[in-house]
Write a protein that binds this ligand. Structure first.
Ligand code: NOJ
Length: 755
């Protein structure tokens, strides 16, 4: 340790003396690199999991004695799944005090939607259409994670997803690249702040690069066949936004794209990311994604996999043991040039430098901070605010919501009604099990003593254990609670029915061919419906679900997602009208699984229309409409908004010109509310067919009753062009339609020309 500090002071001294254009950072990293042996360099590229938590299948050759030995001898540069001031300090000490150069470890962890204070799952948070909230939740998550010794989160997940069968849609911002890009920036800024070396911030990681959400049939880890036009216009933009926001790291992906493993894609990692975008951080592989190239049939053995990955620009090997096992040999044989290793090491050391780890490797391991900064009242208050703004009112007939002050009795029913765990969501980091405020708790607090609450669960959703690693066993038989639930419904004015998905039904490795409601939930709904029609469905899900019957019969539906630590309070805020819902769907809800992939920004076929006309030879289904159950951008409020005066500043512009689009929005109802004003365009005729409608701007505004505001958007070259399949960005002449409204379907329309 002493040796390390002396060495660091010496290096810093040298750096500060150096003039010219070499920064202190470059000088420091360059000097350190020059002192490293090949083994030490390779060690920096090796990431190992802590033995006490796993987020992937453990490699067969794992052995804790070997890991200790590797740590002491500089053969590990990073660890994941080591959490807590004490645990990280111990591991850091082993490395810093025993290895020759004492280069500190960087500790990474999946801090996806909170560390101890849990926020809504990212899909839910994106439904707020309020990037400031995503920034805030990421800031708090970073603060809590840093206080627990962590330096780096494997978030945000930026995979634009159109397939609700894929369980990981819960981790992203939904189906749209524009919305996804706005949230990418916000989340990176939230995690990283202005200064990576602050003890309140951590490095972010843009993942999974790239295409992972397009896994065929929504089956996790499956192959991806996507093509250049979709890659550039749909998949890459949020990653570019994260790069522009200075994200420190990237993670590549498990999948192949058009046959090429993402981990071996030199095009993605070298040409696009590090070349065209100028990314100067490092790329970590996904868990054993280097080793999985063997299973893909893209490498004969781990050595070949290591060679392909390093040449392609994967800098750090997460748990494949491929680099530490084979890079030395590959260098010695001349198959890999040392410049690739040096480049990767330089990138990793640079991020460690920016985190301040060379100044003090223990700066994040402070037990006092760990006690004081985590799960505070302030963080929970933020979680409540973010959760309620993430909720989407899908349906509200007869103004049943907010619950009328005259209501004397409320039945709270359903397998999720008293669930204190599912609201914590799937990637729950260090959340305390069963610590969320449940719906019933929230309702009891909010309803007051004059209202009779009749609680009956009705049925369980699952039987037995629920863990990150196991599929749940769904309760298909036990209806013993139905009677009591029916009784509760009968004697109540309104029923709040909490149904949907357990937190462990979505997330990694949890793809489904059926996205309806599992187990006995539909049956329970039907039984309740027989005795009380005033059903408000409080939906808790990690993905869009197909619930056509509920959409038809329920009086109201509130999608609450998995809303985090303060879920029950936030739900009650919305149900009782303390907060007027303002969420809009970030992902389309299909009517049935057969419609998937279904998304708002589709391209016309050569035979559009004729939907529902009962005609063959048109692009439609014979057994289902084309239209979704609830579209992207949909979400109701307790008030209403009217749009008028759509104006476009110019009728004709050149390809590098811009227009200002303005509209007046009025709160035409009785209560204050927030509206997400959405701007869409259509490039009517282009070389490559463009979507019929594309989001290009949005603004969330608050309006008192009768208040009006003018909202302005600027449409520039950045919004008006698109990528050709080879990655060339073009703004093409022609007519551009402009549509503005509170959803893609309720819009004012106008147009302008590019000449
Ligand atoms: C695999 C997941 O795909 C990735 O998102 C995660 O960060 C790693 N495991 C580490 O847990």
């Amino acid at each position: 340790m002493k040796q390390t500090i002396g060495f660091i002071i010496l290096l810093l001294g040298l750096a500060s003396c150096s003039g010219g254009s070499v920064s202190e950072e470059e000088q420091f990293v360059g000097d350190l690199l020059a002192k490293m042996t090949l083994e030490e360099k390779i060690g920096q590229l090796n990431q190992r999991t802590g033995q006490w938590e796993m987020t992937g299948p453990a490699p067969k050759n794992d052995n804790s004695q070997q890991l200790l030995d590797d740590l002491k001898n500089g053969r590990v540069g990073s660890m994941l799944n080591v959490v807590g001031a004490d645990a990280t300090r111990k591991a850091q000490k082993l490395v810093v005090e025993n290895s020759r150069l004492g280069i500190p470890l960087i500790f990474g962890y999946d801090v996806i939607h909170g560390q101890k204070t849990m926020f809504p799952i990212p899909l839910g948070e994106a439904a707020s259409w309020n990037p400031d909230l995503a920034k805030l939740s990421s800031q708090i998550a970073a603060k809590e994670a840093a206080a627990m010794g962590l330096h780096w989160t494997f978030a945000p997940m930026l995979d634009v997803g159109r397939d609700a069968r894929w369980g990981r849609v819960m981790e992203g911002a939904g189906e749209d690249a524009f919305l996804g890009s706005v949230f990418a920036k916000a989340r990176v800024e939230g995690f990283q702040g202005d200064d990576l070396s602050s003890e309140l911030t951590i490095a972010a990681c843009a993942k999974h690069f790239a295409g992972y959400a397009f896994s065929e049939s929504g089956r996790d880890y499956n192959v991806v066949e996507i093509g250049g036009e979709s890659l550039h216009n749909l998949v890459l933009p949020p990653f570019k936004a994260a790069t522009d926001a200075d994200v420190a790291t990237f993670m590549n992906a498990f999948n192949t794209i058009d046959g090429m493993p993402a981990t071996a894609s030199s095009y993605l990692q070298r040409t696009v990311l590090k070349g065209q975008w100028g990314f100067d951080g490092f790329v970590v592989s996904d868990w054993n994604s280097i080793g999985e190239m063997i299973e893909h049939g893209a490498a004969a053995n781990l050595k070949e996999a290591a060679e392909r990955a390093i040449l392609a620009g994967s800098d750090m090997d997460m748990e494949a043991h491929a680099y530490v096992g084979h890079l030395k040999e590959l260098i010695e044989e001349g198959a890999v040039d040392i410049k690739y290793i040096d480049d990767a090491v330089r990138r990793i050391l640079t991020i460690k430098y920016r985190l301040g780890l060379f100044e003090d490797p223990y700066r994040y391991c402070d037990e006092n901070k760990e006690k004081d900064l985590i799960y505070t009242a302030e963080h929970r208050e933020a979680a409540r605010k973010i959760a309620r703004e993430s909720m989407v009112l899908l349906k509200n007939n007869n103004g049943i919501l907010p619950i009328d002050k005259e209501v004397k009795s409320i039945a709270v029913i359903g397998p999720l009604a008293d669930d204190k765990d599912s609201p914590l969501g799937n990637w729950r980091a260090q959340a305390i099990p069963n610590s969320a405020v449940s719906l019933i708790e929230g309702v009891r607090e909010a309803a007051g003593s004059d209202v009779k609450i009749n609680f009956a669960k009705g049925c369980d959703l699952s039987i037995g254990k629920r863990t990150f690693f196991d599929f749940m066993t769904i309760n298909e038989d036990d209806r013993s609670g139905f009677k009591e639930a029916i009784r509760a419904a009968k004697k109540s004015d309104v029923v709040l029915l909490a149904i949907g998905e357990d937190a462990f039904q979505s997330g990694e490795g949890r793809s489904q061919t059926d996205i309806g409601l599992a187990g006995l939930q539909m049956e329970l709904f039907d039984e309740i419906y027989k005795v009380n029609k005033n059903i408000v469905v409080v939906l808790m899900t990690g993905r869009p679900v197909a619930i056509p019957e509920i959409a038809e019969k329920a009086t109201a539906i509130l999608e609450t997602w998995h809303a985090g630590s303060e879920a029950g309070h936030a739900m009650a805020d919305v149900l009782f009208g303390k907060y007027n819902p303002s969420g809009k769907l970030p992902m389309t809800f299909p009517r049935n699984v057969g419609q998937i992939p279904i998304y708002y920004n589709y391209k016309n076929t050569g035979r559009p229309g004729a939907e529902g006309a009962g005609q063959t030879l048109w692009s439609c289904f014979t057994d289902s409409p084309n239209s979704p159950l609830y579209a992207f951008g949909h979400g109701l409020s307790y008030t209403s908004f009217t749009y008028s005066d759509l104006k476009i500043s110019e009728n004709v512009i050149s390809a590098d010109g811009n227009v200002i689009v303005s509209v007046t929005v009025k709160n035409s109802g009785d209560v204050a509310g927030e509206e997400v004003v959405q701007l869409y365009i259509q490039d009517e005729v282009a070389t490559y067919a463009r979507p019929v409608i594309e989001l290009k701007g949005f603004d969330k505004i608050a309006l008192a009753p009768n208040e009006s505001k003018e909202v302005q958007f600027s449409l520039t070259n950045a919004e008006l062009g698109y990528f050709h399949p080879n990655g060339t960005y073009m703004v093409e002449p022609g007519t551009f339609k402009v549509m503005i409204g509170g959803s893609p379907s309720s819009t004012l329309k106008s147009s302008f020309e590019i000449k």
